[in-house]
Design a protein around this ligand. Structure first.
Ligand code: PLP
Length: 422
């Protein structure tokens, strides 16, 4: 059993009933299936067999060290965007040379730490960053291997807040300026330019935008090589979508064919940075119904998870499939229900007028496809605890992050002694 599915009328994570975990740890909690994570990684890797390719898992999607280590054990490197992600990846067992440092705003300190760890590749996003990296690396007597992240001006046809490859988006170096940046990189101290990177957005459900971007990049590779530049690496980013509702996804093999057709004869080492595709469908958020009420002609289920635990619906109007943990009767009655969290924001809503079976206080729901950009985007807004994360493998489960405690949360504040407390 490698899924979240009903058995005997109850939802299981692999071979563990969700109710067993909720009795142990309480709600809300994230639950990940190790088998699905492994399966996703295996499928991804096998689609690119025959290519000189490496997978650097995009840690931003789910940075729990258990998740990173699981992929590391399967051969993955990491794509990181901050010192924190870099340190986490190293702590989870990924060596510096298997780490790609992406991100639009790396600081001098972050660059120095990455050089100290022997970071394998810096994806440089501006001429300003190039100059800073040159300074930092030369001061340290090191050389940074870089590729330039190119903004190809391609619309990824995804939610505008996760579209990153249009001219005017903050990411990457303007296509027309890359050749000039490469010229400069060649003569800068501490810099070893080796190739290009591109990432046009996330949750792409069509392949055309990838093809469009890749063809532009292939043209640029030819142009740069003609000028005598060394282009031996290509980082194609992440971006492949998953099913949240009823999306029809392109086959991985079709995606791989595009990569082969466009770049296959160019003698390049290719890096992929998948995030959502590896973790999204491998996770659920489990929550309990705290209260039922009716207002303004609508029925509300107020659950104990909230926008601070899973912000995607609030931030991106994202749809997450919501299912009761007790299997509803097939063909049984359903009625519209608003499923909302307890946070004091009108936007703290998981579902509007969702057709749900009869619901009572104490029922458990799961929100599906919550393994990517879920726990990592959580906050303690409204002074709420960070929810636990659990990983299941077969009939085993382990709490891979406990619920944060109030003493730590409240203890972080410092009240100046010049504020009168009486
Ligand atoms: N690489 C880069 C540079 C990114 O910015 C992102 C996320 O936006 C990813 C990889 C991972 O994307 P995804 O989770 O869509 O695969």
């Amino acid at each position: 059993m490698t899924d979240f599915s009903y058995r005997g009328g109850k939802l299981f994570a692999e071979d563990v009933p969700i109710t067993e975990i909720s009795s142990f740890i309480g709600t809300p909690f994230y639950c990940y299936s190790a088998s699905i994570l492994e399966d996703n990684y295996r499928r991804f890797a096998s689609a690119f067999q025959g290519l000189n390719a490496e997978i650097c898992y995009a840690v931003k999607a789910n940075s729990n060290q258990a998740v990173i280590s699981l992929f590391a054990g399967m051969g993955a490197g990491a794509d990181v965007v901050s010192e924190g992600e870099l340190r986490r990846s190293v702590a989870a067992g990924i060596s510096g040379e298997k780490i790609v440092f992406s991100g639009v705003g790396k600081s001098a300190t972050e660059l120095a730490v990455a050089l100290e760890y022997g970071c394998g590749q810096f994806n440089v996003e501006s001429e300003s960053e190039l100059n800073l990296l040159s300074e930092v690396a030369s001061d340290m007597g090191k050389t940074a291997t870089i590729v330039f992240r190119v903004n190809p001006d391609v619309d990824a046809d995804t939610h505008h807040k996760i579209s990153t490859g249009r001219a005017g988006d903050k990411f990457g170096i303007q296509f027309e300026r890359v050749a000039e940046a490469y010229d400069r990189a060649r003569i800068l101290d501490g810099i070893d330019p080796r190739g290009l990177a591109v990432h046009i957005g996330s949750q792409l459900t069509r392949l055309d935008p990838f093809r469009g971007a890749f063809e532009k990049i292939a043209g640029l590779v030819r142009e740069l090589r003609a000028k005598g530049h060394v282009i031996e690496r290509l980082d194609l980013g992440g971006g492949l979508g998953i099913v949240y509702r009823d999306e029809i996804l392109p086959n991985l093999s079709d995606y791989a064919d595009i990569v082969r057709n466009v770049f296959g004869q160019m003698g390049l080492k290719i890096t992929f940075e998948p995030g959502r595709r590896l973790t999204g469908e491998a996770g659920i958020l489990v929550t309990e119904v705290l209260h039922m009420k009716e207002s303004g002609g609508r029925r509300f289920a107020i659950v104990d998870a909230a926008m601070n635990d899973l912000i995607r619906p609030t931030l991106y109007d994202a749809w997450h499939e919501i299912e009761p943990v007790v299997e509803p009767e097939n063909g049984g009655p359903v009625s519209p229900l608003d499923i909302v969290g307890p946070v004091c924001e009108t936007g703290d809503v998981f579902a509007v007028q969702r057709q749900m079976p009869e619901t009572r206080v104490g029922d458990l729901f799961v929100l599906r496809s919550a393994g990517a950009y879920g726990a990592v985007m959580s906050s303690t807004y409204n002074s709420r605890q960070l929810v636990p994360e659990v990983m299941v493998k077969g009939d085993l489960y382990t709490v891979i992050r406990p619920r944060s405690d109030f003493d730590t949360l409240i203890g972080m504040d410092i009240v100046p002694d010049w504020i009168a407390t009486e």
